[in-house]
Design a protein around this ligand. Structure first.
Ligand code: AMP
Length: 854
């Protein structure tokens, strides 16, 4: 820390000393260091909030790792830019670029780019090198920083980085600017066009070749060679810069076209300043007719007119040394925003390579170090050339700044902690308030004890209910289905793989966490607390299902399965029918006993899982649709928490289909196949898919994103009735209200859209993507996991291919029973890269119904 502070002081001191020396003026301007504020970084567009402009900071991996423009925002696709506002004029000598790496998740970078800059925010200039090239070679990979010397340097406040690419390529950029503050304040100079000299048959051109203003009968409104920090050599035929024409370093004029005997130059500044001096770097090669000007007269414009009393300065003629030099013109603390100077010829030619101004406390040090540039003898003796080398003030200033920053960080951290606690409390309170029926049965003995709930299969031997279907291992082990992102591969080592159907294995038994648990940290942390989101939705249902049901009236029959929260049990509920509101009365009932499914929250569940469980209750209580599973009542007054839902006789759709085979299409030659218990027709499959689409249509009408649609989360009742369940992952969606996954997340990546995985974006369109996968599962009768031939890492790589969109992405294959039309027009359309081009659930539902009747 101490070292960093000292380094900062040294840098600051050096900055003051080396103002316009391009070799020293190469300090990072604050994209990486944070001195440039987020609000000063903007862009023409960005793909999502997580690739917004503020994430375009070199070497920082915020958001999704970089700024990525939205390539879909045509017709501006080729005009995307990342803009940095430096808040004041800067002399910029170097830029650095980097792509999006995002710890291996990203591989996007700009191979080429251009730069535009502006001093006032309205007039923009395309940067070009000394040979007129605008395009800069950028990055070759997503992680290396590529630095580019800006030759000529830029004097600007605003800089835009513009990736050069075609529409098909995704580019992401992180950038840094290097330079120092431009204390001159000079924003433009106006001069006559430079002349050409013929010296011994050699064309010597003294034009201002890098001038960035207007060139029409003279040069106006720009800066160029006179402010590029490059001083001409003694012999003007040679140049500091390689491969340029003779006379390149100088802008010069011959007296033959100036009948008045002087060249007039006008200098405009950013604001009114007190000028102490002007330094002009000029050639004095009198053997070739070039000399330092004889006299200069400067006029000052501060308000609305040229002030009376111009300053005239006559340098001492030097007829001995032909060395180029800085001539310092004392400006006597005159106040001006514009200065007009008339330089009088003392010979045929007058050549200038640099003009610099000192005003107020802005001090230049133009010494370049030994052997590099001609040393300016005038600089040393110049009484106005004061370098403020007293670092004490800077030191104190920096210390105060550092202390202030540290205090601010501590305050922010403390504030965040307090805020988080408040949010947690608020969400709990909100939920408690909303649980309308509170039947206090605390401490009462209960026949249906938790010990029996968590009992092994032995305890089910007395059950009057037989297990109807063996559970499919693919489904029952969420760890097999809900794969992990590569950074959590260490946990993934625990995961087993098998695709055969087998007896149920409790999820989590291998120690792999359930995906609705605490690991999905940030999903819990919606801006308004976990439950609040559901409150905001215009749900159609009532809260009657939130009534507390007496636990002792539930008697355990059998374990139905195990989900992310804990076990699910089949129970007989006594008096449920009387207990329920009319609108909630469910089907058959015998002797006031109703079969219900009781979903339990594991006793060792952490706070996040508990919140998710309560949230699922809250959400389900508001949903009323024939294709959404119904919540009947809850037991939440005491732990363990239970939710009572309608019982779906045929369990989940994955295990249901896993045990069936496809009924062959009727063949005229063969006798008609019976619809047996173990076979199912294509039409039935499509009808089940249509029911899911219908349920999703209902959810989408509420702007509700499920986030985890899959066959494992759909339940099957009598007569192939399907109801969507598992709202543990679901979140309410409002415009612009997306949820980002940070930290450790365990996700169903094989069902997730590319933007959900890469950008953490969950929308109705990502539910549509998941529906496409669910439809694929249905039509393959859940015989294999989606992309079963790909490892988790390969699935994520494939997601990257969707993002890059270069035609390398792999799609799930057409299931054998799936007609081409369904595959091409429906399934593939769910996996369109552009989320806006995916169909809505309304369209999907209509299409499936049409397919059923065809
Ligand atoms: P869940 O915790 O919702 O993922 O449920 C785990 C398993 O319990 C499911 O895969 C089903 O096999 C079973 N299950 C859950 N809810 C019901 C229900 N209402 N009716 C029948 N079986 C259910």
């Amino acid at each position: 820390m101490e070292f960093k502070v000292i380094r900062l002081f040294v840098l600051l001191a050096a900055t003051v000393k080396a103002q316009v020396n391009p070799e020293v003026c190469r300090y990072p301007l604050g994209m990486t260091g944070g001195q440039i504020q987020d609000e000063d970084i903007s862009a023409s567009s960005y793909w999502s909030e997580s690739t917004a402009a503020k994430f375009g900071r070199l070497d920082i991996g915020g958001g999704d790792g970089a700024w990525c423009p939205d390539i879909m925002s045509e017709p501006h696709g080729l005009k995307e830019y990342l803009q940095v506002d430096l808040r004041s004029l800067h002399f910029i000598t170097l830029v650095g670029t980097q792509g999006r790496h995002a710890d291996g998740m990203g591989n996007e970078f700009a191979q080429k780019y251009r730069i535009k800059y502006s001093r006032d925010g309205s007039n923009w200039v395309s940067w070009q090198d000394r040979k007129g090239q605008q395009v800069i070679e950028g990055n070759r990979n997503a992680y290396d920083v590529v630095l580019k010397d800006l030759e000529p340097p830029i004097i600007a406040r605003y800089v835009r980085f513009m990736p050069v690419t075609d529409h098909s390529m995704i580019v992401c950029m992180r950038v840094e600017l290097y330079g120092c503050e431009w204390l001159d304040g000079l924003v433009s100079y106006s001069i006559p066009d430079g002349h050409q000299m013929i010296y011994r048959d050699l064309e010597v051109s003294f034009n201002d070749s890098v001038y960035d203003g207007v060139s029409a009968e003279g040069l106006t409104k720009g800066l160029g060679q006179l402010t590029d920090g490059t001083w001409g050599l003694d012999d003007f035929l040679h140049s500091q810069i390689y491969g340029v024409w003779p006379g390149y370093d100088y802008v010069g004029w011959s007296n033959r076209t100036f009948p008045k005997g002087y060249v007039e130059m006008i200098f405009d500044f950013d604001h009114v300043r007190n000028f102490t001096s002007m330094k002009v770097h000029t050639s004095n090669m009198f053997s070739r007719g070039v000399r330092v000007f004889r006299q200069v007269t400067c006029f000052f414009w501060s308000d609305s007119e040229w002030e009376p009393g111009p300053i005239t300065f006559r340098p001492t003629p030097d007829r001995v040394s032909q060395r180029a030099r800085f001539v310092t013109v004392t400006l006597g603390d005159r106040t001006a925003k514009t200065i007009k100077c008339r330089f009088h010829f003392s010979d045929v030619w007058m050549l200038f390579s640099e003009v610099a101004f000192q005003s107020g406390s802005a001090v230049y040090n133009t010494s370049m170090g030994p052997g590099k540039h001609p040393k300016n003898p005038l600089t040393v003796d110049d009484p106005t050339h004061k370098v403020d080398d007293s670092n004490t003030r800077i030191l104190i200033g920096c210390l105060v700044a550092v202390i202030a920053i540290l205090s601010a960080i501590i305050v922010i951290m403390l504030w965040r902690q307090v805020w988080q606690k408040m949010l947690e409390k608020a969400s709990r309170r909100l939920l408690d308030d909303d649980l309308t029926a509170r039947l206090a049965i605390q401490n009462r003995a209960f026949a249906f004890r938790h010990s029996s709930l968590s009992s092994d299969s032995g305890s089910t031997s007395n059950s009057t209910y037989e297990r109807i279907y063996p559970l499919c291992a693919d489904y029952q082990e969420p760890s097999r289905l809900i794969r992990k992102l590569p950074e959590f591969a260490h946990s993934a080592e625990n995961l087993k793989s098998s695709s055969s159907c087998m007896a149920a294995t409790a999820s989590g038994s291998d120690g792999a966490p359930h995906y609705a648990e605490a690991d999905i940290i940030s999903l819990q942390e919606s801006s308004d607390g976990s439950i609040a989101a559901a409150n905001m939705t215009p749900f159609t249902g009532t809260d009657s299902s939130l009534r507390e049901f007496p636990r002792e009236k539930l008697s355990f029959k059998e374990k139905l399965g195990e989900g992310q929260f804990g076990e699910v049990h089949l129970c007989e509920a006594e008096g449920m029918q009387d207990f329920l509101d009319e609108d909630l009365s469910v089907g058959e009932i015998s002797e006031s006993l109703l079969l219900v499914a009781v979903k339990t929250l594991r006793e060792d569940a952490n706070k996040n899982a508990r919140n998710d469980f309560l949230k699922e209750i809250r959400i389900m209580s508001r949903l009323r649709d024939p294709n959404i599973v119904r919540l009947l009542a809850v037991c939440v007054d005491t732990d363990p928490l239970w939710m009572i839902t309608e019982y779906m006789e045929n369990g989940d759709l994955n295990q249901f289909l896993c045990n069936l085979r496809l009924k062959e299409a009727p063949d005229e030659d063969k006798p008609e196949q019976e619809e047996g218990e173990d076979s199912i027709s294509y039409t039935k499959l499509i009808s089940m898919a249509a029911q899911i689409a219908s349920g999703m249509k209902y959810l989408s009408s509420l702007n509700f994103v499920h986030r985890d649609l899959a066959t494992r989360n759909c339940l099957v009742g009598k007569n192939y009735t399907i109801r969507i369940a598992d709202f543990g992952m679901s979140r309410n969606l409002y415009k612009g209200d997306y949820y980002r996954i940070q930290g450790r997340a365990v996700l169903p990546i094989r069902w997730m859209s590319w933007e959900s995985i890469l950008l953490g974006k969950f929308t109705m369109a990502s539910d549509v993507w998941a529906f496409g996968v669910t439809l694929w599962e249905i039509l393959t009768l859940c015989k294999e996991q989606p992309y079963s031939q790909l490892s988790d890492e390969q699935v994520i790589e494939n997601t990257g291919e969707f993002f890059r969109d270069k035609g390398k992405q792999v799609y799930l294959p057409k299931p054998p029973c799936c007609p081409d039309s369904v595959y091409n027009d429906l399934m593939l359309s769910c996996w369109r890269r552009n989320a806006k081009q995916r169909p809505s659930f309304q369209e999907i539902h209509a299409q499936l119904q049409e397919n059923m009747s065809a």
